[in-house]
Ligand binder design. Structure first.
Ligand SMILES: NC(=O)c1ccc[n+]([C@@H]2O[C@H](COP(=O)([O-])OP(=O)(O)OC[C@H]3O[C@@H](n4cnc5c(N)ncnc54)[C@H](OP(=O)(O)O)[C@@H]3O)[C@@H](O)[C@H]2O)c1
Length: 431
């Protein structure tokens, strides 16, 4: 077999970059055995060269500036580990591809925003653009769709794509801790960043499901009409109510094709407590695919952190060393489709509605009147009175009703004088 040599530059030596650097040095021989190609870890770059790091880097490996990673002739593979969809990361990846360098990145924000343009650039220049680490950390879901499930017609892909929010919901479900305290716990354990906004508001999972759905449905990345809700509004009362009713609260990202239209949504759901997905706990991620001829396929594993992310990055590097397929989204760009998308307003869900109300006569009939006016029929209603506080918590489980009608009811109920707190509404997901 013919042997190739590849020179690698790692740009970004933070949590992930420094761990990858160590791993590549330690596994040089085994990578050669598995790929029959040699690589040389030739250059590195980061923002602050004099920063103290856990790894020792010889002086001659430092580039003067990250832009040398795309201008220097003796670099074949650029590994972008800066992060963010703009600035240095964007400049580096665009220019590296233009200069015919293979690119490996863990950057979901960049790929979900510019993946289509970058993919065309990679194809035009006949180089790889690999991003296994951008979705679900150590879970090799991208390569699985691109290769293992290549001939399947996928109709639905969904799962838990954000380990931080899953960790928070799992701890809240096992303890009495509130959301704020669990976020602090996650930060102290290194599971949440100092600013965990994109984990909590659902936008991290949004980027990931956009990437997965374009791979699964062989389409361009679709960023429109996505329904995105985070976990910020979940409290212990909802977690406990879910338990009493036989559910667990999970934050899911879902993409499916219905009547040739794409529906993408990211939001917290009530799922049956004995379902597969409800037992994915802590920082684990899980992805489920429904397709033909495979049927139902599931894969799970650690979704973030240096170890799992390094595993995904090295798998991408090995793919390049082996000379594997160069098409970033598995098929040529000319064959990718544009699928029009619809939002979830016309979709039907059974739902959990929680209303904290003043405990007085007439409230219940007023609530049921609003629901019935909007064609939302009640399957179950539980009233928990708190006499001392003169309020009651009313839990309603609705029959399957149109999303737009449930939301309208909740909005109308929220305006009533007898409502004490903003009404809560979570969809019940039958998976
Ligand atoms: N952390 C995870 O668990 C995880 C999981 C999956 C994917 N990812 C993705 O992996 C990427 C890296 O994440 P991380 O956690 O390693 O981030 P990080 O710890 O913040 O590291 C970022 C690195 O980028 C460098 N950098 C910033 N601006 C630069 C510039 N202009 N030129 C050169 N280098 C620059 C920084 O340099 P200095 O060190 O000199 O400041 C730092 O080394 C992100 O895209 C992230 O979304 C992370």
């Amino acid at each position: 077999m013919k042997k190739f040599n590849f020179n690698i530059a790692i740009v970004g030596l933070g949590n992930i970059g420094s761990n990858l650097y160590k791993h590549l040095i330690l596994n040089r021989k085994s990578i050669y055995k598995k790929t029959n190609s040699h690589f040389y870890l030739k250059y590195v770059s980061s923002k602050n060269k004099s920063k103290k790091r856990k790894i020792k880097i010889p002086k001659n490996q430092w580039l003067k500036n990250y832009s040398e990673a795309y201008t220097k002739k003796d670099i074949d593979i650029v590994i972008e580990l800066i992060g963010g969809s703009e600035g240095a990361a964007k400049n580096l990846v665009f220019n590296a591809l233009k200069n015919k360098k293979h690119v490996v990145t863990a950057n979901k924000a960049l790929i979900s925003k510019y993946g289509d343009t970058l993919s065309k650039l990679a194809e035009k220049n006949n180089v790889n653009l690999e991003f296994e680490a951008a979705v679900a950390g150590g879970v090799p879901i991208i390569r699985t769709i691109k290769e293992g499930l290549i001939t399947n017609k996928i109709s639905k892909i969904y799962g838990i794509l954000n380990g931080t929010s899953n960790f928070i919901l799992s701890v809240m479900s096992k303890t009495n801790l509130n959301l704020k305290d669990v976020i602090k716990k996650a930060q102290s354990l290194g599971y949440a960043e100092s600013n965990p906004k994109s984990d909590l508001d659902g936008t991290d999972a949004e980027s990931k499901i956009q990437i997965l759905s374009s791979l699964a449905f062989q389409s361009f990345i679709n960023r429109s009409k996505i329904n995105v809700e985070g976990i910020e509004k979940i409290d212990q009362v909802d977690i406990k109510n879910a338990k009493i009713l036989g559910f667990k609260v999970k934050h899911l990202a879902i993409a499916e094709i219905k009547n040739n239209k794409l529906i993408q949504r990211v939001h917290p759901c009530f799922v049956k407590k004995d379902s597969y997905i409800s037992n994915i706990n802590g920082v684990l991620n899980a992805v489920i695919i429904e397709g033909l001829p495979i049927g139902k396929f599931t894969i799970q594993g650690e979704g973030a952190g240096p170890g799992p992310t390094t595993s995904a990055l090295t798998s991408d590097i090995c793919s390049i060393l082996r000379g594997n397929i160069k098409l970033p989204f598995s098929i040529p760009n000319s064959k990718r489709k544009r699928i029009s998308s619809i939002d979830i307003s016309e979709e039907f869900f059974s739902s959990y509605i929680r209303l904290d109300v003043k405990d007085k006569t007439g409230v219940l009939s007023s609530i049921t009147k609003i629901l019935s006016k909007n064609n939302v029929s009640v399957k179950r209603l539980i009233q928990n009175p708190y006499k001392s506080k003169k309020f009651a918590s009313i839990i309603i489980i609705s029959h399957r009703s149109k999303n737009t009608n449930i939301e309208k009811s909740v909005r109308e109920l929220g305006k009533k004088k007898f409502i004490l707190n903003k009404p809560k509404f979570f969809r019940i997901e039958e998976i």
